[in-house]
Write a protein that binds this ligand. Structure first.
Ligand code: NAG
Ligand code: NAG
Ligand code: NAG
Ligand code: NAG
Length: 250
């Protein structure tokens, strides 16, 4: 009799202990996950160590605070992907390239490096081209084409610039940041002004829907186009980009 009571008590104690065990074990995980907070694109880039120009451009165009606040906000559950050009990439631009852009065009340039969708290296293969960026103009969003290469890297093309993506600085949802060694000059800002890249120009009039038509070959130079028209249009793009930013902020 006394013995079976003891067994019952022991079993009861074991049951209580078992019920309590998961509690203490699970507790440490919660604060650890909560402590990370929303991702911070600036911090990721600073840690990378070779993105000072891109950090400065993001700051000057207020795209750092814009993206960070979007990352700390649930309105886009899809996350974001950033292609971050290295300082070398900026150094390799034709001298004066950045200075030739208006503030609004610089906004569009930065936004053209940001996708409103998180892509892991693997999920790039599911991207459906053309992929839209955060930048947009009167003909709609600036786009990029993303294609897989043989050695499981991906190529990203604006129609003006193509670059291979190999290195992720961060790839934890909701923020992926990939290093690129070229600045992704948007077709919408640079496509019509790329004489060196174009073997022939079969048309004399600038195309309105240029971004998709550029695919068939290197960007078609509009040799016959007066530069004044090109820059007037470029300003239009920049204004549209600013309007998009203002729209986002409202
Ligand atoms: C993001 O990181 C940068 C650099 O570390 C810091 O200056 C900034 O305050 C951070 N922003 C937010 C929203 O935490
Ligand atoms: C994120 O948003 C919450 C709620 O608006 C705010 O309290 C918090 O300070 C924000 N965190 C950062 C790092 O900006
Ligand atoms: C990827 O881009 C690199 C660099 O521009 C280029 O040399 C290569 O041919 C491209 N590969 C594919 C499969 O498009
Ligand atoms: C991007 O991909 C789309 C769809 O495959 C294609 O129609 C377009 O020509 C491509 N553009 C560039 C710049 O490669």
């Amino acid at each position: 009799m006394a013995r079976s009571v003891a067994v019952v008590v022991l079993l009861a104690m074991a049951a209580v202990a078992a019920a309590q065990a998961p509690g203490p074990a699970a507790t440490p995980a919660t604060p650890a996950a909560g402590a990370t907070g929303p991702p911070n694109v600036t911090a990721v880039l600073e840690k990378g160590g070779q993105y000072t120009t891109f950090i400065r451009l993001m700051k000057e165009t207020q795209q750092d605070t814009q993206l960070n606040s979007q990352l700390n906000n649930s309105f886009n559950g899809n996350g974001y992907t950033v292609f971050a050009p290295t300082d070398n990439a900026f150094n390799n631009l034709k001298p004066g390239t950045l200075n030739s852009l208006t503030q609004q065009q610089q906004v569009a340039l930065v936004q053209g490096h940001v996708l409103p969708q998180f892509y892991s290296m693997d999920s790039f293969q599911t991207a459906s081209n053309p992929v839209r960026t955060q930048a947009s103009g009167t003909d709609g969003p600036y786009t990029l084409n993303i294609t897989s290469t043989t050695n499981s890297n991906v190529n990203v093309s604006t129609g003006v610039v193509e670059v291979t993506v190999t290195n992720a600085l961060s790839a934890v949802k909701p923020l992926a940041v990939y290093s690129v060694d070229k600045v992704l000059l948007p077709f919408e800002l640079f496509g019509v002004k790329a004489p060196a890249a174009a073997p022939t120009a079969s048309t004399t009039k600038p195309k309105k829907g240029g971004s998709t038509e550029a695919a068939s070959g290197p960007a078609g130079a509009e040799d016959a186009e007066p530069t004044g028209a090109a820059s007037a249009r470029a300003v239009g793009w920049g204004v549209a980009g600013l309007a998009a930013v203002v729209g986002c902020l409202l």
